[in-house]
Design a protein around this ligand. Structure first.
Ligand SMILES: [Zn+2]
Length: 581
């Protein structure tokens, strides 16, 4: 029987009175909040404003998730799509008032606040005040919000249409792009190679359209950040990420220094697969081990629960509860999106997980990953909604941490073949997060520089991409078989309001490794500290969140320690490969 998630904890249906009530309630609260800018500025008024805003956030999340979750398992349902767009319009309609309210909050003397409830929100209030200096006039804000719908948002939709409509022809048969991208993980060498060449060839039919979208979205990002008075697009991302430039600098430097480690990994793989000129792009995910794993969903759930419990009873119980209460939509089916995600529902203190569970060990690890996101949400459930919104770079930390717990256990319990396979996948993933992310950071930095002088041609964009890949992958990969089109289907380049959506992945991975290293040293007592750490992520700068567990993010040696842990995995992998051949 198919395992579907239960959404009745949110609402009865989109036709239900409960849903309609809350949808209208959002409008009511928005209208009420709009009147606050005319109110006197005192603690009581600010207190009420925060209560209302928390209430609004929870309601929006509840209504939005109810519709969004259904859309993800039923992508062609027109009724849901229409509703989804209505919610988008409703939120956009609040942009002008929201800007006014930010300015209004900015006029409070935050040092004079006495009210305990207000004081609990001090971080977020100060942040609002800080960001105020980048706000434009009310009229300009309203105009920007509206123009974005026909600007970057429209371009993003257009790009999505091009990519999702793209078919790839292999041996005279047509495949959707997503299916062809999955072939990179095929056990069949011939299929991997054919898929790669067909994929690269297919982009030619849409490259002009996608390049126009990229030029437009990045152009808008440059215009808007300049108008708002930021030094650069990167500075805006850092401020939004609650992260210091120093942290980014040491992180990028550590990544750059770590690239040769992974180049050696690729070189070894190339040699084993019979290449003399570095690994071709299409064999990046080829496995040297032939181990096969086969888990039912129930087995995966039990395995995860057991391993999570070895870290802490709370974490194990969390996983069991998620499975028992039907928070997970398990199998792939027609009309459901690919991939996996977690949606935290602060309003009802639960989460929902979308999987496309296929029974491989990688599916088990993905499940652990998503449950990790859920547990992060769980640790924030007692916080007010305003204090529960964490910035992008910390978003992948809890997920990677839980992934690590399960991987380490699977390696411990597996045969040599299985160990080798898991380590290999783990190292491939880490390499993507360090090496490929480094190439994407280089690409995006250079793209922005050039975009200041006008739109780039398809050829120029491809050249920038390949250049960045050469630098990051070095002689680990065959320079004649790189991927000049990596900017087309990766959605991250097309987020107009959050540029450089790349380094947060490396931040998350290496921070999770660092935390895991602490757990190894401190044992069971670390679990409480870890939960406390996660509960702080919504109301502090990243530097201070890390400080709560004694980590200094601006110290290069912290990041280097995490790389050293990966180095240990590399050595273990090399030994295994030797014993097996
Ligand atoms: Zn994730």
């Amino acid at each position: 029987m198919e395992k579907l998630w239960s959404l009745k904890e949110l609402y009865s249906s989109i036709e239900g009175e409960d849903f309609k009530h809350d949808f209208n309630e959002i409008k009511t609260i928005m209208t009420e909040l709009g009147t606050y800018v005319n109110k006197e500025k005192n603690d009581q008024v600010l207190h009420n404003y925060l209560v209302k805003t928390n209430e609004l956030n929870d309601l929006i999340e509840k209504v939005y998730c109810f519709v969004n979750l259904q859309m993800n398992v039923d992508t062609t349902n027109q009724e849901i799509i229409k509703l989804y767009n209505q919610i988008g319009d409703l939120l956009a309609s609040f942009a002008e008032d929201s800007a006014k309210l930010s300015r209004w909050v900015g006029e409070f003397d935050l040092d004079q606040i006495q009210d305990p409830y207000c004081l609990e929100h001090l971080y977020i209030l100060k942040e609002m005040k800080d960001v105020n200096k980048y706000l434009l006039s009310d009229q300009s804000e309203a105009l920007l919000a509206k123009m974005k719908m026909t600007g970057s948002s429209a371009w993003q939709q257009y790009k999505d249409q091009l990519i999702s409509g793209l078919t790839v022809t292999i041996d005279e048969k047509e495949y959707p792009l997503t299916e062809v991208l999955n072939m990179a993980y095929s056990k069949d060498a011939d299929e991997r190679k054919k898929a790669y060449y067909a994929e690269v060839d297919a982009y030619k039919s849409i490259e002009n359209g996608v390049a126009s979208a990229l030029n437009a979205i990045k152009g808008e990002a440059l215009t808007v950040t300049e108008m708002r008075g930021y030094d650069s697009v990167l500075q805006r991302t850092l401020i939004d990420s609650r992260m210091t430039q120093k942290t980014l600098d040491v992180l990028i430097k550590t990544m750059q220094k770590a690239c040769p480690l992974f180049q050696d990994f690729y070189k070894l793989k190339a040699k084993k697969l019979g290449y003399s000129n570095g690994l071709p792009w299409y064999d990046m995910y080829a496995n040297l081990s032939n181990a096969k794993s086969d888990y039912t969903y129930e087995e995966a759930a039990l395995f995860i629960e057991k391993q999570f419990s070895s870290f802490s009873e709370t974490l194990g119980q969390y996983a069991r509860n998620a499975v028992e209460k039907n928070w997970v939509d398990v199998e792939p089916r027609a009309g459901k999106v690919g991939g996996a995600f977690c949606s935290n529902l602060h309003s009802i203190k639960e989460s929902r997980f979308l999987l496309n569970f296929g029974g491989d060990i990688s599916d088990v690890i993905t499940m652990a990953h998503e449950l990790g996101h859920g547990f992060h949400g769980h640790c924030l459930n007692e916080e007010y909604s305003l204090n529960a919104q964490y910035p992008m770079p910390i978003a992948e930390t809890a997920s990677t941490f839980c992934e690590t717990i399960v991987k380490k256990a699977a390696i411990k319990e597996g045969t040599n073949e299985e160990k080798c396979l898991i380590l290999e996948n783990e190292l491939s993933d880490s390499s993507q997060v360090i090496v490929d992310i480094y190439s994407r950071f280089l690409f995006e930095s250079r793209f922005f520089e050039k975009r200041k002088d006008g739109p780039l041609s398809v050829e120029e964009i491809k050249e920038l991409m390949v250049e960045a890949q050469k630098e990051a992958y070095g002689d680990g990969l065959d320079h004649n078989v790189l991927h000049p089109y990596m900017w087309t289907w990766k959605p991250h380049y097309y987020e107009a309001d959050y540029a450089f959506y790349n380094f947060p992945y490396a931040f998350g991975l290496l921070l999770a490794k660092g935390l895991y290293g602490m757990y190894l040293k401190e044992g069971a007592s670390f679990a409480k500290k870890y939960e406390q750490f996660l509960s702080l992520t919504g109301k502090n700068d990243l530097v201070d969140v890390a400080k709560s567990v004694g980590i200094d993010l601006e110290d290069e040696s912290f990041w280097q320690n995490s790389i050293d842990m990966i180095k240990q995995d590399l050595n273990e992998y090399y030994q295994l490969v030797e014993t097996m051949s």
